[in-house]
Each structure stands twice: as structure tokens, then as C-alpha cells.
Design a binder for this molecule. Structure first.
Ligand SMILES: O=P(O)(O)OC[C@H]1O[C@H](OP(=O)(O)OP(=O)(O)O)[C@H](O)[C@@H]1O
Ligand SMILES: O=c1cc[nH]c(=O)[nH]1
Length: 173
């Protein structure tokens, strides 16, 4: 995906979030580090522009220790720290760049509920590449990309990578 395709996709996702949520009252977009954070901030800004109301954002810091991208033996490590917003009673939209096995989102849900009790939690991802290992599904998907387990989706955002594109690359062992 080029920068303009990413932009168009985010505009569509923002409209979908507003439509499904019937506005943005009580909404908090929580980004998963690293690239979920700019995703949440950009969507919040777009939603805010559509609805003419402020939209809060937060951050969850979840990192994985894993030897490769396909094994089930991964350990999510949630970095304790402020999420940066109050989520109790709120309509939380978790945001991440890629949805793959679903393990990051499972860890994110655990971490989220350590911070409070949201009214509802939805999930927005830029890319769903399949290969789920847990029963997790995104509410909002930018693009479904069928992949083989030898392939990797590389999302590059200006804020993190000083580049803006999505690539499908072959994994090198
Ligand atoms: O569904 P899963 O199998 O958990 O994979 C998805 C996660 O993998 C990527 O993060 P990564 O671990 O590569 O960290 P990074 O974004 O900090 O590079 C991506 O940003 C998602 O958070
Ligand atoms: O292909 C993948 C799988 C997990 N996370 C990514 O960023 N890309």
C-alpha cells in the first residue's frame, strides 16, 4: 500500500467507527506500541474532524519475546505504566497495525482490564493477514491480506519509520 492508499483506508475506517458507534461520545482510541499508536492518533484526529468533537487517545506498551513469527511459544510482556487516559465506562477502540496470531490483542485485553472497566472494547487494525491462533476478530479492518506463513507484513509509518507504506515481504531464515 502506498501512502495515499493508507490515508484513504484510514479515512474509511474513521467513517466506519463513527457509523458503528453512532458518534464519538465516550470514545477512547488506545494504540498498541509501536505502530498502533500513530494509527490510534490518526484515526482519533480523523474521527474528531468528522464529528467535530475531541477524541481521547491512550497507549498500551506490549512487547513479545519470540524466536520466530510462526511458533506458538511467545511471551507477551506488558510494560507497566500509564495508559494515559481513563477507560472506565468508555467505548474503547484498540488499534494496531497488523493482526496475525491474535496474541498481541489477547495480551492487550488483559492489560486494558488492569487499567479499568471499559463499557465496550472494539478492535481496529490496518492489516489482517490471517493465521489466527486465538478466537480474536477485528471490528474494523483496513485491508485483508491473504498471506503464507513465510511472508511478513511490514507496516511503515512516518511517525515511527520516517517512511509510509505497507509491504508484503518474504521471511528470510
Ligand atoms: O497477532 P500477533 O501475532 O500478535 O502479531 C501482531 C503484532 O505483531 C506486530 O508487532 P511486533 O511484535 O512485530 O512489534 P513492533 O510493532 O513493535 O515491531 C504488530 O505490530 C502487532 O502488534
Ligand atoms: O507479518 C507480520 C506478523 C506480525 N506482525 C507484523 O508486523 N507483521
Amino acid at each position: 500500500m502506498s501512502a495515499s492508499e493508507i490515508e484513504r483506508t484510514l479515512v474509511r475506517l474513521a467513517h466506519e467507527v463513527v457509523e458503528k458507534s453512532n458518534g464519538c461520545e465516550g470514545m477512547v482510541l488506545v494504540g498498541i506500541k509501536r505502530r498502533g499508536v500513530p494509527l490510534a492518533q490518526r484515526l482519533a484526529s480523523l474521527i474528531s474532524g468528522i464529528e467535530k468533537c475531541p477524541v481521547e487517545t491512550g497507549v498500551l506498551d506490549i512487547q513479545f519475546y519470540r524466536d520466530d513469527l510462526s511458533t506458538a511459544d511467545v511471551r507477551p510482556v506488558v510494560t507497566p505504566g500509564a495508559i494515559g487516559c481513563d477507560i472506565t465506562g468508555k467505548d474503547v477502540v484498540l488499534c494496531d497495525d497488523v493482526l496475525y496470531t491474535g496474541r498481541t490483542i489477547r495480551a492487550a485485553l488483559d492489560a486494558l482490564f488492569d487499567h479499568g472497566r471499559p463499557r465496550r472494547v472494539q478492535l481496529a487494525v490496518l492489516i489482517d493477514r490471517g493465521h489466527r491462533e486465538l478466537p480474536i476478530q477485528a471490528t474494523y479492518v483496513g485491508r485483508q491480506v491473504p498471506t503464507s506463513s513465510r511472508e511478513i507484513i511490514e507496516v511503515k509509518f512516518q511517525e515511527v519509520d520516517q517512511d509510509e507504506q505497507v509491504l508484503l515481504v518474504e521471511r528470510v531464515d
